[in-house]
Write a protein that binds this ligand. Structure first.
Ligand SMILES: [Zn+2]
Length: 470
């Protein structure tokens, strides 16, 4: 971001703000949390927790009966629980960039994992930068390389703790494709220790981001003596897929236990806490393990918000990762100039305001540039080796396959939450409308072409194809 411009603007405001506080102290004028005169009251502490690779349906608060998440469920009981929060990508740095900038991926420009110049650009403006410039102490304590400074995600954090079991090596980012995170990560207990240590000395107000990574892979596992809150189904199963699902569940349970330690330290000080995920995880549904495609198991994420100005309740209105940045700014009473964002503030909903009619709620965008994320992998004909562009417009969801438009998909999430019954052939009108909507966004990558990737000519050819099937 162009820091000098923002800093000068905020500094003037801080001087005014300090005077306001003094005046209120001297005159003894009370502040209501929402009243005009009470704006400064909003300079509350904010903790944002991102649970990497965490599907909403593993939390008890989202209907799971697996008993994996007692701490998150207790938090949920005191929180606004967003029943349908949608990730803007299934790729860790991409979706985190959407969380911090309030922009869809085509807006912030971080699209894939590899390629030496694929990172959130310096001139992007993150909520951490805005709050830092507004006088907040800021810290990021993260658990894995894909959420780190290599991707520009440290912007705005005065302290950025990305000390992993092993530092990333030259092959961690692979020119031909994905990241091999390996041991460039750490377990939730280590991350929680560091977050708690920072909190003990933090100057207020503060903005703390804590990122957990345990469910992402099997490279780093919970300690052997970890006892989950209830027995986990599938442990020791001879079915390798059942056994893999059990490992995932155990990692979620361990992460929850560590989140519980963090929450215990935050319980009493009026901090607003937001818990969400960067994306979910395929556990065999749709023939897919991992993330990188865009069915609901990959993009339906939890979102819990607890704080002094938040009404605990369940909210059906669909919300998006891009809504988080404007929401955090509103929670803090940020009055500086804001960069353009695709998201809209959830503060009115958090404060108990009426939920908008479905027809007036904004739709959610998500994409995956798999042709660039997993180059070459899909030459076996996998239909997901494509540019996937999604509209979630409840109850409808449209998945556009850019290069293979005949594989595009339309689901009625109300009747078919598992996305098993593609209705595109019978509702071409809707599909065409959604694909035009996507086309109008011009969402293909415009940044430098990653090494070993498509040429600009190839991209031009894709553009020429258009997004609408003839
Ligand atoms: Zn991730």
């Amino acid at each position: 971001m162009p820091r000098t411009r923002w800093i000068s603007r905020i500094s003037e405001r801080q001087v005014v703000a300090s005077g306001w506080v003094l005046l209120l102290l001297v005159t003894g004028v009370g502040c209501s949390p929402t009243g005009e005169e009470g704006r400064l009251d909003r300079r509350q502490n904010i903790v944002l927790v991102t649970l990497d690779t965490t599907r909403a349906d593993r939390l008890g608060a989202y209907g799971s009966n697996r008993g994996l998440t007692p701490n998150l469920d207790e938090l949920a009981a005191q929180s606004a629980v967003f029943e349908l929060a949608i990730a803007q990508s299934g790729v860790t740095p991409v979706s985190h960039a959407s969380i911090f900038t309030g922009l869809n991926p085509y807006g912030h420009g971080l699209r894939v994992l590899h390629g030496s110049r694929y990172l959130l650009a310096d001139d992007a403006v993150t909520v951490a930068e805005l709050l830092s410039d507004a006088g907040y102490a800021t810290a990021g304590v993260i658990s894995a390389f894909p959420a780190g400074s290599r991707f520009g995600l440290a912007q705005g954090f005065g302290v950025f703790d990305e000390e992993f079991l092993e530092p990333p090596g030259p092959d961690t980012v692979q020119a031909g494709g994905t990241i091999d995170t390996g041991r460039s990560q750490r377990r939730a207990d280590a991350t929680t220790d560091r977050a708690l240590a920072w909190l003990r000395q933090a100057r207020e107000p503060y903005f703390l981001w804590v990122h957990y990574f345990d469910p992402h892979d099997t490279e780093v596992l919970p300690p052997e003596d970890f006892a989950p809150p209830q027995p986990i189904e599938g442990v020791g199963s001879s079915d390798p897929f059942e056994a893999l699902r059990a490992v995932y569940d155990r990692e979620v349970a361990y992460m929850d236990a560590q989140v519980g330690r963090l929450l215990a330290a935050l319980d009493k000080n009026g901090t607003t806490i937001l818990v969400t995920a960067d994306h979910g995880e395929g556990l065999g549904e749709h023939g897919w393990w991992g993330h990188g495609i865009l069915y609901q198991e990959q993009i339906h994420i939890p979102l819990l918000v607890r704080g002094p100005s938040v009404v605990a309740r369940s909210i059906e209105t669909m919300v998006r990762q891009v809504d988080l940045a404007p929401t955090v700014l509103d929670l803090t009473g940020f009055e500086g100039e804001r960069p353009p964002m695709d998201g809209r503030s959830l503060l009115p909903l958090l404060e108990g305001g009426p939920t908008p009619a479905e027809s007036s709620a904004p739709w959610a965008y998500a994409d995956l540039m798999n042709k660039r994320v997993f180059p070459g992998v899909g030459d076996d004909g996998n239909v997901n080796d494509d540019f996937l562009l999604v509209v979630v417009d409840p109850p409808w969801k449209y998945i556009h396959h850019l290069e293979k438009p005949r594989e595009s998909e339309l689901y009625h999430l109300g009747d078919d939450p598992d996305e098993a019954n593609n209705l595109l052939a019978t509702r071409l009108d809707l599909g065409t409308s959604y694909s035009r909507q996507l086309q109008s966004l011009d969402p293909l990558p415009k940044g430098p072409t990653p090494e070993s990737q498509m040429t600009e000519e190839e991209l031009d050819r894709l553009r020429a194809l258009g997004y609408v099937e003839d």
